[in-house]
Write a protein that binds this ligand. Structure first.
Ligand code: SAH
Ligand code: SF4
Length: 347
């Protein structure tokens, strides 16, 4: 075995079997170990049906990713919990645990920071550090389950980072988290949000996973979108919407479009008209989100009446739009802000 320890929780069952075979262990051990890892143990010593000797060999050759709690904020309005987690190398990400009537949803991060640089986003302002591994994505859910003694039934990839910019690790995470011997969270209980990395949307569509795709649109035309979302200069709205149509055709799933309403930037009647025309013919739902104010952006939330007018205009084009309920508004529950605050603390 090499001296670099392996990330055992990111391994698929067959990879685990191969490794155990190399170690001269029987195949059934792989399933036992897989189950422990996905129950969320953080040490090989917790694997009580595995011999001491094998536990020792495993800990010499492998490590188990953990997400350690650095900070936790609990909303006094609705019990939403926001975590700042750290990994073995000291890098931190945020995750938000929300309670809905149908159960608990965890909003996890997929990267430390983000390269995409959207002008309204706290994560985008902090730059990019590194990709998360599949096991680090799972560890966020597992720490939240352990910390609260709960079972999480839904996952959204809407925390820090652009999931499709970390494609291979995200796909690995999706397959592992939905494994019936693991956390068994079905694809229909998972949403992935993207700023629109078009080639990866095609690739995801071809995998025909039954997850919900959320596309962060935030503008009805290239002029406004390129100003707020630099990714649009590479993949404009027409090509993005073509990939969305392809995604719907391939998977039979409806797409949801995220639209952060920014006062005076993208919330006019004309914007609503344009958006209606652009989305016509796509099986879509539009989520309007009053933009979360991030220091230094100068953006303000649209007024309630503006949002209502916007919804009415979209309805004329046959598009349903709703205002997304904001949870944890007293703890800045949208991601990127806690890490920025925490970095500022230590500066
Ligand atoms: N990178 C992915 C997923 C993480 S961001 C993406 O961009 O889709 C999760 C969501 O939060 C996205 O829809 C993003 O556009 C939105 N968002 C980011 N900053 C925001 C802010 N200040 N107010 C409202 N929504 C914001
Ligand atoms: Fe990255 Fe998404 Fe933030 Fe844009 S909105 S900077 S893609 S995390």
């Amino acid at each position: 075995m090499s001296c670099v320890r392996k990330d055992i929780k990111s391994m698929y069952p067959d990879e685990l079997e191969d490794m155990l075979k190399e170690l001269g262990e029987p195949k059934y051990r792989a399933l036992q170990i897989f189950k422990w890892l996905h129950e969320g143990v953080i040490s090989f010593d917790e694997m009580t049906n595995i011999s001491n000797k094998l536990r020792q060999i495993l800990s010499q050759n492998c490590y188990i990713s953990n997400a350690a709690i650095e900070k936790k904020l609990i909303s006094s309005y609705d019990d939403t919990r926001k975590y700042l987690f750290s990994f073995a190398d000291g890098e931190c990400v945020e995750s938000v645990l929300m309670k809905y009537h149908h159960g608990y949803t965890s909003c996890i991060s997929t990267q430390v920071g983000c390269k995409m640089g959207c002008s309204f986003c706290a994560t985008g302002k902090s730059g990019f550090s590194r990709n998360l591994t599949a096991s680090e994505m799972m560890a966020q859910i597992q720490t939240e389950q352990r910390d609260n003694g709960i079972h999480i039934s839904n996952v959204v990839l809407m925390g820090m980072g652009e999931p499709l910019d970390n494609f291979d690790n995200v796909v690995r995470f999706l397959r592992l988290v939905s494994d019936e011997n693991g956390m068994n969270i079905g694809m229909r209980h998972i949403s992935l949000s993207t700023c629109g990395i078009v080639p990866r949307i095609y690739e995801l569509a071809d995998m025909k996973m039954q997850l919900t795709l959320s596309v962060s649109l935030h503008a009805p035309n290239d002029e406004i979108r390129s100003r707020t979302m630099p990714v649009n200069k590479k993949y404009g709205i027409d090509s993005l919407l073509d990939s969305c149509r392809y995604y719907c055709r391939k998977t039979g799933r409806r797409i949801s479009f995220e639209y952060a309403m920014i006062d005076g930037v993208n919330d006019s009647d004309k914007c609503a008209d344009e958006l209606g025309v652009r989305l016509a013919g796509i099986i879509a739902h539009v989520n309007l989100i009053p933009v979360n104010t991030v220091n230094g952006t100068g953006y303000r939330k649209s007024k309630k009446e503006r949002m209502e007018a916007f919804i009415k205009i979209l309805a004329r084009s046959g598009i349903t739009a709703t205002v997304r309920r904001t949870l944890g508004s007293d703890i800045n529950a949208s991601c990127g802000q806690l890490r920025r605050m925490s970095a500022a603390d230590t500066n």
